[in-house]
Ligand binder design. Structure first.
Ligand SMILES: Nc1ncnc2c1ncn2[C@@H]1O[C@H](COP(=O)(O)OP(=O)(O)OP(=O)(O)O)[C@@H](O)[C@H]1O
Length: 228
């Protein structure tokens, strides 16, 4: 079966103090349809850099990233934005809701950026309901708890029925209870067939995934190498 996401020999080179180094060093990864892949690793190991490349937000120095067989590299900005908007539900690190839009408007934003068929508002309300935050549709992001806001961002990531949901440390700023709510929301999504790629610091997150990779100094290896 064709992987949803394919990263082939990805490198990202930066410079520090004039000297080049690889933030991502020849990383390869395939996420199969319905897969749930966790990437773990210490701070600074290159997880966010790799995830941003996988989400089409950052071009690699070399290597190829493909979504559903379509290369994300070598596309112009307009084409890449459209692929990202429709094909990838990206949940970046930190809070990324727009404060001047209501919760419902935030969820509908990717639907409204380009013409789409169907009932965007109806689907947005259904997603909010699915994650237990339907009653917050008319609230402002600033009025929500961290866990509620994170579930709103998951709803936003799903509004265009993407091929994959990619999340960077989705629970890093949450307490134990909210972390569990968010991880259970992801588990439910995956059980319903959504393909997931999630970066986490938290080894507890691993019990919700199907495969794990460890990032260390830019290199990606299958398995939990932190426990060794
Ligand atoms: N734009 C940049 N320019 C130069 N170096 C960078 C840049 N972005 C990241 N780096 C460096 O690349 C390395 C990997 O960073 P990255 O943010 O991918 O790590 P991470 O594993 O996600 O860390 P954390 O868990 O703390 O978020 C780090 O050494 C970081 O300082």
């Amino acid at each position: 079966m064709e992987p949803v996401l394919k990263l082939k020999d990805i490198c990202k080179e930066y410079r520090r103090g004039g000297a080049p180094f690889f933030a991502v060093d020849h990383a390869s990864l395939e996420v199969e349809p319905g897969g749930y892949v966790n990437i773990i690793g210490r701070s600074g190991s290159g997880k966010s850099t790799l995830l941003n490349i996988a989400a089409g937000m950052l071009p690699p120095t070399s290597g190829v990233a493909e979504l559903g067989g379509v290369s994300l590299t070598g596309k112009d900005d307009a084409e890449l934005s459209r692929i990202r908007n429709d094909g990838i539900g990206f949940i970046p690190q930190g809070v990324s809701a727009l404060p001047a839009l209501t919760v419902l408007e935030n969820v509908m934003l990717p639907f409204c950026l380009y013409p789409h068929d169907g009932d965007g508002e109806g689907y947005a309300r259904l997603l909010l309901d699915r994650f237990g935050v339907a009653d917050l549709a008319d609230a402002w992001p600033g009025e929500l708890s961290g866990g509620e806001l994170r579930r709103v961002l998951i709803a936003r990531a799903l509004i265009n029925r993407p091929q994959i949901v990619i999340a960077d440390e989705p629970t890093s700023d949450l307490d134990v209870r909210s972390t569990r709510d968010v991880m259970e929301a992801f588990a439910k999504l995956n059980a319903d067939g959504t393909t997931l790629l999630i970066v986490s610091h938290d080894l507890d997150a691993l019990k919700y995934g199907k495969r794990v990779y460890t990032m260390s100094e830019g290199r990606l290896a299958e398995g939990n190498r932190l426990a060794l």
